[in-house]
Design a protein around this ligand. Structure first.
Ligand code: KG4
Ligand code: ZN
Length: 334
């Protein structure tokens, strides 16, 4: 059983091939054009997907040593994501499935981030909790079977990746700022500056207050000392990173306590953050969790995770018809 999977929800054009549950290839092309605008420009993203999709798919097939006629299904990200970007992947997948006369499989992007944990060993056992943290989402998901997931906590405003990126922008760093904050934080003091950790009831999150507190603090300090950012950049990044990851960790611990689940995973772009990875590992050791931290290549957007999710759907016979259209907002199972 061979499936070609396509991911085009935001600013990565990616294609992967999976055979009997094993990833054979995973090609990711990141759009660099957005850097100069300080954020993803949707119109430019969909144009870049159109330019990249054919070479990326060709490369993924070539690396897998398979021909298109060997494929049994074509999978694609249906949503959530940018509508114009999704449309490129969805149309491409539909056309290819139609031409090859093989079934189509739609995949939920956030579900795929969680299922990235099934690409390699060790795999979490059910039920497990997954903290899924990306540029568009912040969720705690309770996973009872490969395709059975329930969101038990989520952000009420910004996503944590967005908070990293906006914080970085305030510091004058390039987009996407998350990885740069991580790098600069490595030699900074996480307790140099203190920002408020939001007190939101239940398992939900909020990040807009941290962003505003950070902005006002920087504005105040910079007006007294114009080279404040430059002088304290490492401490600023480390303190921002600590505040954001501590906010995540408190809720993850609460979710583990409330559900009694000790199988704990993290996923999504922000799961590449070294502060978060270390904090989850440390909490796991103290609290007796089995922790699952994804490989870096499976944290940020990639088609291997779409292929993995598609393999589970193929087994269950869950296919889509040619009328399927992208959905910018998409609940699990929706
Ligand atoms: O999952 P992803 O690639 O795309 C979405 O589905 O949104 O996540 C992208 C987000 C961006 O906000 C980026 O800044 C953040 O993940 N990110 C990081 C790191 N690597 C990526 N944030 C903090 N530290 C990192 N090392
Ligand atoms: Zn993502």
């Amino acid at each position: 059983m061979h499936i070609l999977a396509i991911e085009s929800s935001c600013d990565e054009t990616s294609a992967a091939v999976i055979s009997n549950g094993k990833i054979r290839s995973n090609v990711v092309s990141t759009q660099l054009i957005h850097q100069q605008y300080g954020g993803v420009v949707p119109e430019l993203a969909s144009r870049a997907h159109q330019q990249h999709i054919l070479p990326v798919v060709r490369e993924a097939l070539e690396q897998s040593n398979l021909a298109k006629n060997d494929l049994n299904a074509i999978a694609f990200t249906r949503g959530p994501g940018l509508l114009g970007s999704l449309l490129v992947g969805v149309s491409f997948a539909k056309a290819m499935a139609l031409a090859l006369k093989i079934p189509l499989i739609e995949v939920n992007h956030m579900q795929a981030h969680v299922l990235a944990h099934f690409i390699d060993e060790p795999r979490p056992s059910f039920p497990f909790l997954c903290l899924t943290v990306s540029g568009g989402h912040t969720q705690i998901v309770k996973v009872t079977a490969p395709l059975e997931m329930e969101i038990i906590g989520e952000t009420l405003d910004d996503a944590v990746g967005e908070a990293f990126d906006k914080g970085a922008k305030i510091l004058g760093l390039d987009y996407p700022g998350g990885p740069l904050v991580d790098k600069l934080a490595a030699t900074g003091n996480p307790h140099a500056f203190e920002f408020p950790i939001p007190e939101i009831p239940g398992l939900d999150f909020s990040f807009s207050g941290i962003k505003t507190a950070f902005l006002y603090f920087i504005q105040k300090q910079s007006s007294a000392n114009p080279s404040f950012i430059q002088e304290r950049i490492h401490d600023l990044c480390a303190s921002l990173q600590f505040t954001l990851t501590e906010t995540l960790l408190r809720k993850l611990k609460k979710a583990a306590r409330q559900t009694g689940i000790k199988e704990i995973a993290i996923a999504g772009g922000v799961s590449a953050n070294s502060g978060l990875r270390d904090a989850v590992l440390e909490a796991g050791e103290k609290l007796g969790w089995n922790t699952y931290i994804p490989k870096f290549e499976y944290c940020t957007d990639n088609a291997a995770m779409i292929a993995m999710a598609a393999a589970f759907k193929y087994e269950k016979g869950e296919f889509s018809d040619q009328k399927v259209s992208p959905l910018a907002r998409m609940e699990f199972g929706g």
